[in-house]
Design a binder for this molecule. Sequence first.
Ligand SMILES: [Zn+2]
Length: 374
Amino acid sequence: MSMQNLYFFCKNIKIYISTALILVTVVIDDQANADPPHRNADSVFVNPYIDEGARKPNLLDKVWWKFKYYMIQRPLVNDNFEYAVIPPEYVNPPERFNSGAVTWVGHATFLVQIDGLNILTDPVWSERVGLLNSRLGLQRQTAPGIPWEKLPPIDVVLISHNHYDHLDYPTVMQLEQEHQPVFFVPLGLSDLLTGWGVTHTIEKDWWEGDSINGVKFIAVPAQHQSRRAIHDHNTTLWSGWVIEASNHTLYFAGDTGYFPGFKKISKRLGPIDLAMMPIGAYDPEWYNALYHVNPAEALQAFIDLDARYFAAMHWGTFDQSEERLSDPPRELLRAARRMGVDQDRLWIFAFGEKRAIPSRLPEETITIQYDDKQ
Ligand SMILES: [Zn+2]
């Protein structure tokens, strides 16, 4: 072999080895990114990151707690907190908004206005949520921040799971009748909505997405469960949603416990500009810890997500747990001080408050180049 041939042989072998190494890294990385299976052999959905069997509260303990809490304990709790509310006459969401804004309605309901699309997350306007089409169940403690008649045309609805405080039959049907939006739902929920008479549903497994007018909606993992009746436990999936718009990426967590998925979401779909995070329904810990983050865990999730802003939700609306309804934001701010998170990044909304999502680039870095030959 001449010197020249030897040179090219060595050069090529270097390229082959580098390519092989890159391929191996991609495959290993993909395997590390893949979730463990989230459906078992009986087609029941499971939380892949925890051994639920060992820590799951049993049904009898849950029923007894509910009886004790709602009948004896809660009537004795005095929570005279004055919630910050934008007076309804000042709540006027624009018909369309291009650059990105969110308005908090209450609980897990946000109106997201971005790239000209109007999106609702887990919409609930009912006075109660629960059985018999929400005639029986938890009573709303604070009015919806946007009066129904002031809603702009709704294009897309994101549903995180089938619990009554997130999937409210009367609200879904009123949206269907007046707005005909596209309902994005996690795996297994499309049949329920279609059975109710909803015409346009898009059902997604974790990491699957679809676009509407250039905005992409991607279902992402959450650690939770589902149930609407005695026999249907975990027969439909639960998820968060990532909204990829032209200049912003938003994350809506739905209902979730603290789990390693937050880091994966950031790695696969970040950078995230705004994370809509639940902070309420965490006490008692034995009942809630697997499936609901507490404020400190929500903040840790926010750190894992590497998001810029935190929009607090899932508090102040339905009394579902032992902490006082007004406790979660105070606990969140305490946790932020402890964990060294800048409080300006935490958005604790008044009911009906709208906030614009700041641009990713500071103003001074935007430069306009003029062509001096013209
Ligand atoms: Zn739930």
